[in-house]
Design a protein around this ligand. Structure first.
Ligand code: AMP
Ligand code: ZN
Length: 488
C-alpha cells in the first residue's frame, strides 16, 4: 500500500505525494513556553516524532521544523507577574522542553525557531496583507485580519463565513468557534508588554512603523513559510489547533502569497484524563517528571503515548503505564534473547527469515496506513511470538538467520524508538548500580579502618544521590528513595 494520511482539510485519507519527489517539508506547532509541557502535549509531540521517523524510514529527505511560541498573551501575563523579561522567563522552560524531548528519545527537528527571533518576517507578512487588502489598522495602532476579505475562510474548520460576525474583532489569541471574528495580526503595546520587553518595531503602514508584538497565529505563518517555502507538504498539531490557529494561519499565508499554503493537515487527538482533556488550564495534568519520579522509565511513557492511533481516544491512567511497562519488558527480553541465542555452526532451516520478512511487511503496511501505530505494534508482537516459538523449537540457529531477526527488530525500533530508549536507561541504571556498589565498599573499608567520619561522609554522599541505604544482618542493602508523588 502506498503511504496515505488523513487530511483534516478534506476529512479523508489521501495518498501522500510530496511537492518535490523524495523531499518533505514538515512543520509542527511547538509548545507555548510558559511552563513544561504535560504528557498530553507529549502525545502530540511523539506523534510528530513517529511521523518524522516514518517519513525518513521511507527514504524521504525530511526537513522538519518545530517552532517555540515564546511570545503570546499568556506568556506576557506570566512573565509580568514574575517580574521577569520575556527572554529570562521563557529560557528555563525552553531548556526543560529540550531536555524532555531528549529523555523521550525524540529525533531532533532540523530547527526549533523561536517566535521572538522571527519578528522581521512577521512584520513583512503583515505589510503584504495590508497591501493586498486583507488587513487593516485600528485606532490604537493594532492590525487585524479582515476575514470577510478571504473567501476560503473557514474551509479547514468548516465554519461558515455567513454565520460569523464579520467586521467585529477579537484580540485574544485563543478563542472559540462561536467567537470567530476579525483576528489580531499585530497588537499595539500595552503596559505589560513594555515591562517584559515584548515590544518590537512593527510593520510599516503609510510610511510609519507600528510598534507592538505579533499575534500567535501570525508567528507560525511566518516561521513555517520562511523556512519551508510558501507551499509545503505537512503541517501538524493537536486537534485544538484546527480552530482558530490553523484556520487563521491559512488565511494569513494564502492571503499574502495567493498560493496554497499546506498540502496535508494532520491533527492528533487529545490525551484524556478520565473524561476530560488533559490541559494546563484545567490543571488536570501530569508531567514527564511526575511519571519518572514514580519509577516508570522514559521508554514506558513513550510506548504508552504512541501505542494508540494518533486520531483515536487515549485516556491516561497509572494502570495503563503498568501495562506499557509489561509490554516494554517483553520487548527488551526478546531483544536480549536475540543477543544470547545459541548459534549453530552449520546452516539451519530457513524458517526465521520469512518470519522477519512477514513482520516487516505488516509493520510497513500499518504505518503507511495513516500511521497506524497499534497495528504496527501488533505486527511487532506477532514477530516476537513467532520468533520465540521458532527459537524454542530450533535450539540453535545460523548466525545469518539471527542477524536477519536482529535487523528486523532494529528497523522497527528505528520508528518506534522504544528499545533504543530502554537500553539507554538500562545502561544508566547499571552505571548507577556500579557507583553505589563501589561507594558501599568504600564505606565498609572506612568502617574497618575505624574512620567513622569518612564512613558517615560516604553515607551522606549516597543519600544525596537519592539512594536509601539499610544495614541488615546480611550486610548493607540499597534501593532508590521512594519518589515524591503529586505536584511537580
Ligand atoms: P500548547 O503549548 O498549549 O500550544 O500545546 C502544544 C501542543 O500540544 C499543541 O499541538 C496542542 O494541540 C497539543 N495538546 C494540548 N493539550 C493536549 C492533550 N491533552 N493531548 C494531546 N495534545 C495536546
Ligand atoms: Zn502554530
Amino acid at each position: 500500500m502506498a503511504l496515505r494520511f488523513y487530511d483534516t482539510m478534506t476529512r479523508s485519507l489521501r495518498a501522500f505525494e510530496p511537492l518535490e519527489a523524495g523531499r518533505v517539508g514538515f512543520y509542527a506547532c511547538g509548545p507555548t513556553v510558559y511552563q513544561l509541557p504535560h504528557i498530553g502535549n507529549y502525545r502530540t509531540f511523539l506523534f510528530n516524532d513517529v511521523l518524522h521517523r516514518w517519513l525518513e524510514w521511507k527514504g524521504l529527505d525530511v526537513r522538519f521544523i518545530m517552532n517555540l511560541t515564546d511570545v503570546d498573551d499568556r506568556i506576557i501575563e506570566k512573565a509580568a507577574a514574575a517580574g521577569a523579561s520575556l527572554r529570562d522567563y521563557t529560557e528555563p522552560h525552553i531548556r526543560g522542553f529540550m531536555e524532555e524531548l531528549e529523555t523521550l528519545g525524540v529525533r531532533p527537528a532540523d530547527e526549533y525557531p523561536r517566535a521572538t527571533d522571527s519578528i522581521e518576517d512577521m512584520a513583512r507578512l503583515v505589510e503584504k496583507l495590508i497591501e493586498r487588502g486583507h488587513a487593516y489598522l485600528t485606532d490604537d495602532g493594532s492590525i487585524f485580519f479582515d476575514i470577510s476579505s478571504f473567501e476560503a475562510y473557514g474551509r479547514l474548520s468548516r465554519i461558515r463565513l455567513d454565520e460569523v460576525r464579520t467586521g467585529e474583532r477579537v484580540a485574544d489569541d485563543r478563542y472559540e468557534k462561536g467567537d470567530a471574528r476579525d483576528f489580531a495580526l499585530w497588537k499595539a503595546p500595552k503596559a505589560a508588554d513594555g515591562e517584559v520587553g515584548a515590544v518590537w518595531e512593527g510593520p510599516v503602514v503609510d510610511g510609519e512603523a507600528k510598534p507592538g508584538r505579533p499575534g500567535w497565529h501570525l508567528e507560525c505563518s511566518a516561521m513555517s513559510m520562511s523556512r519551508l517555502g510558501e507551499t509545503f507538504d505537512i503541517h501538524a498539531g493537536g486537534e485544538d489547533l484546527v480552530f482558530p490557529h490553523h484556520e487563521d494561519e491559512i488565511a494569513q499565508s494564502e492571503g499574502a502569497t495567493g498560493k496554497p499554503f499546506v498540502r496535508y493537515w494532520l491533527h492528533a487527538r487529545h490525551l484524556m484524563m478520565d473524561t476530560e482533556k488533559m490541559s494546563k488550564s484545567l490543571g488536570n495534568f501530569v508531567g514527564i517528571r511526575d511519571v519518572l519520579d514514580r519509577g516508570y522509565a522514559p521508554a514506558v511513557v513513550r510506548y504508552l503515548l504512541i501505542s494508540a492511533h494518533y486520531r483515536k481516544e487515549l485516556s491516561f491512567s497509572w494502570d495503563s503505564l503498568d501495562d506499557a511497562r509489561a509490554a516494554v519488558r517483553r520487548l527488551t527480553d526478546f531483544q536480549r534473547r536475540l543477543v544470547d541465542a545459541p548459534t549453530a555452526a552449520a546452516a539451519t532451516d530457513a524458517v526465521l527469515r520469512p518470519i522477519a520478512d512477514r513482520a516487516l511487511a505488516a509493520f510497513e503496511a500499518a504505518l503507511d496506513d495513516d500511521l497506524n501505530t497499534p497495528a504496527a505494534l501488533a505486527a511487532l508482537f506477532t514477530f516476537v511470538r513467532e520468533t520465540n516459538a521458532a527459537l524454542d523449537r530450533a535450539g540453535e540457529v545460523a548466525l545469518d538467520e539471527l542477524d536477519a531477526l536482529r535487523l528486523a527488530l532494529g528497523s522497527m525500533d528505528d520508528v518506534l524508538g522504544v528499545l533504543s530508549l530502554a537500553s539507554a536507561s538500562t545502561a544508566a541504571d547499571e552505571e548507577l548500580a556500579a557507583w553505589v556498589e563501589e561507594r558501599i565498599a568504600a564505606r565498609q573499608q572506612a568502617r574497618k579502618d575505624r574512620d567513622f567520619a569518612r564512613a558517615d561522609a560516604i553515607r551522606d554522599e549516597i543519600a544525596a544521590a537519592g539512594i536509601v541505604l539499610e544495614d541488615t544482618p546480611q550486610g548493607p542493602r540499597w534501593k532508590l528513595a521512594e519518589p515524591a508523588t503529586g505536584g511537580r
